[in-house]
Design a protein around this ligand. Structure first.
Ligand SMILES: *[C@@H]1O[C@H](CO)[C@@H](O)[C@H](O)[C@H]1NC(C)=O
Length: 311
């Protein structure tokens, strides 16, 4: 969406977006740098450099693009949630922080309750001036993960667990119909035995994104959280979850009141999960998949995996 001539017929709306965008480019909150936070600062600078070299700045955000940004007005926090990057636990923490004492222990909140829409407010629910005010003054943070580890984690969680029937029906049946030659009728109907290779074929098929946006579990962080337009104060990493989460809680001024739950049940990978799954993917598809997730690698300083055979 751009403020081109035709679009500007409604000048008023255009002005609003102009204001929104100009505010997005303001200076981020200055952090006082404890030694442990210096690496966080470095990450943010690297992100800004990567944005400068790899994106064109003509993009404009609308409130609709801010659905993943969770707001805590009490502590002036904005958290962009990325599925498969400890987001259940972050949502639990934010529920504790915004609950006025109703919850005190994040782990006492059932995982499914943390994901109920409406339990937490998102930035997209606010008016444009309210959005601007929050983006300008709140502590904004995001947690990211090595893109292919995240992708494999999403695949395992959504397609290899028998209880995830909603995903099997919604995506599995379609993937099998399109990408499996000669499927069994049962597989076609249930969609519960999608292979990683079939999942990869689905992701890189141009029809997939033409028909609808990726599901948030495999959508790129770049598209979910707009890290080149929104200046996140902290870029936390799943690989260093505990210290990074602690740094956020410290900056939010709630370090003493609660602990980030790091031992919750989740699809843990050991940092080599992706290598095992990619062994069975041809160089042709590896290359296509890498191009698809390239921005997430670049923006968050993840190096090209050594197991890839893309040359
Ligand atoms: C980026 O990644 C490299 C290699 O892993 C690392 O040495 C460097 O410290 C990272 N830079 C930042 C700013 O995190």
């Amino acid at each position: 969406m751009q403020c081109d001539f035709v679009w500007c017929i409604n000048t008023c709306i255009c002005m609003f977006y102009f204001v929104l965008i100009s505010l997005l480019f303001r200076e981020p909150i200055q952090l006082e740098l404890l030694p442990a936070q210096r690496s966080l600062h470095g990450r943010r600078e690297l992100l800004e450099q990567a944005c400068l070299s790899h994106t064109r700045k003509r993009q404009v955000l609308s409130p609709e693009d801010l659905k993943h940004l969770i707001v805590d007005d009490k502590h002036s926090l904005i958290y962009c949630y990325v599925p498969k990057v400890a987001c259940t636990n972050w949502k639990r923490v934010l529920m504790v922080l915004t609950s006025d004492g109703r919850y005190t222990d994040p782990l006492a909140i059932p995982a499914n309750e943390a994901h109920v829409a409406g339990n937490l407010r998102t930035l997209s629910e606010f008016s444009v001036p309210e959005i601007n005010q929050r983006l300008r003054s709140y502590l904004k943070f995001i947690f990211v993960r090595e893109p292919f580890e995240r992708l494999v984690s999403a695949y395992r969680n959504k397609f290899t667990r028998s209880y995830n029937t909603a995903f099997h029906k919604r995506y599995g049946t379609k993937i099998i119909r399109r990408h499996r030659p000669d499927p069994e009728p049962e597989a076609l109907e249930k969609g519960n035995d999608v292979s990683f290779h079939e999942f990869v074929q689905y992701l890189v098929d141009p029809r997939t994104q033409r028909e609808e946006p990726f599901n948030e579990h495999w959508e790129r962080v770049h598209s979910l959280c707009h890290p080149c337009l929104i200046h996140y104060d902290v870029v936390g990493k799943y690989e260093t979850l505990e210290p990074d989460a602690q740094a956020v809680l410290r900056l939010a001024g709630v370090e003493g009141t609660l602990q980030f739950p790091t031992s919750g049940k989740s699809t843990r990978t050991d940092g080599n999960m992706a290598a095992r799954f990619f062994k069975h993917i041809s160089p042709f598809y590896q290359k296509k998949l890498f191009n698809l997730y390239r921005m997430d690698f670049l923006l968050f300083n993840y190096s090209t995996p050594e197991y890839l055979r893309t040359r």
